[in-house]
Design a protein around this ligand. Sequence first.
Ligand code: AMP
Ligand code: MG
Length: 444
Amino acid sequence: MSSTAESAPASDQDQLWTVEGHLADILAAVRPLAPIALQLPDAQGCVLVEDVTVAVSLPPFDNSSMDGYAVRTADVAGATEEFPAVLTVIGDVAAGSGALPEVGPGEAARIMTGAPLPPGAEAVVPVEWTDGGTGEGPATTMRPAGESLAGSSGEVRVYRSAQARAHVRARGSDVQAGDLALEAGTVLGPPQIGLLAAIGRGTVRVRPRPRVVVLSTGSELVQPGEELGEGQIYDSNSFALTAAARDAGAIAYRVGAVTDDAETLRATIEDQLIRADLVVTTGGVSVGAYDVVKEALSSVGDADEEGGGVDFRKLAMQPGKPQGFGSIGPEHTPLLALPGNPVSSYVSFELFVRPAIRALMGMEKVNRPTARARLVCDKALSSPAGRRQFMRGRYDAAAGTISPVGGAGSHLVAALAHADSLIVIPEEDTTIEPGTELDVVLIG
Ligand code: AMP
Ligand code: MG
């Protein structure tokens, strides 16, 4: 995979790529997925690719915003508790009522919230301003629709006047037919899904969620819940990154741990390509004796084809120095090979995989939000020269401060679990005094 000018090594001497350069290469290579039509529930979190116009006005008809009585304003003009207007109740109008009674002079129709305003009526008088048709003074609640009016007088006493259109929600007062409901590019959250449903859209054209296959490598890895043998550890990366991929918006498939055998790994990855828009591996990318990912990926089908292949680099960052990126297989499926240490793989995911997933989704914002915060800690922090360090921290938005959690060790998963942000220590800074203002990446 060729690198762009931006990703040129930070220094020719140590051949370290910048964080920005590596990300730029990834984003330059990752294209948004082709749009598909999805049913509303499946479209949640996806980016809309069509302008959606309103087919039917909302509300589709004038309707009542209260339980009460639909009346003609002239009939209730001047009504008071002492001198109520007495109207003949001609029927009930419930939400969903089809055939509506015509309200004539001296008449009222009992109406429920959301029910269509019957012809002839000009306003709704809330039930609280009436005797509820009981003849027993002001009502506080409406009787259930359809309850017999027998025993009552078939009349209602109205104690206040009402202006035309009072307690009536006008047709089209929310959105009108022909209006733009949602613009292409909108991310469909719950309220947007609600609007689409309200205007009667059952399916929408969106970019689908990317299918992300996560697999970890290491012969020492054991699935949680099983017995640990001598020298073995539990596979945490595949769980953490599958969760992170899902959190980023992907449909994530956890393949789990593959032994450090290049042929097994190659075959496993090839088998997974059928369901992958993006492949993420962890481990086996440094220069140890069992760095099988490099070996396996050099022989994944069609890797040698033009434009394919995975490039392994060293980045000017800590943790997460060794990184692999490229594309594999006949479809040139993008692949990110992350380092194995749990904190390294997680930080790498945040910096590179999450943006890639969001780019595949067609999101405009691919990066996590950042903030500036003042460092709060007992003693100065140290950081290696020439490497951008990402320490784990807890951010206090109200105070505008950031406090480190745990040390710099890239095996410290407990500290990571208590962090909500990454503290960014610039490449050139080696000693950072308490009180220093720093960038933080908010990952919580
Ligand atoms: P590697 O990059 O494969 O050499 O792995 C670096 C370190 O991370 C080693 O100590 C591994 O045991 C550990 N490690 C690698 N993969 C995982 C994983 N999936 N879960 C937990 N620890 C891992
Ligand atoms: Mg390993």
